[in-house]
Design a protein around this ligand. Sequence first.
Ligand SMILES: [Zn+2]
Length: 111
Amino acid sequence: MYGQPALPAHFQYNNRMGFFKKLSDLFNTAPVKPIYNFSVRCNRCGEMLTGRIDLHNEPSLDDDGKGYHVRKVLIGRGEQHCFNQVTVELDFDLNHKLKSREISGGTFIEA
Ligand SMILES: [Zn+2]
């Protein structure tokens, strides 16, 4: 069994170009800053730390191709002699919308 024959190369090419065209149209009409900002509080000293994720460059595509994952480690400035690490794991869908998040060493502060 060989399933469906592969599409001719030129068809795949045109199809792909159409996809990127659509994407750029979308960004032209509704520009969105692909930056995700969040704040956390260190569980140990209570210092507030802020994280910033460049959604276009930092997250990596999931194995199943259905979303993005990014892991961020935040460390305080050490003013309180606390060098606790706060680890944040964020999952986004393909539109860079937050799906779920996890944290260790701190708690999320809602904006
Ligand atoms: Zn701390």
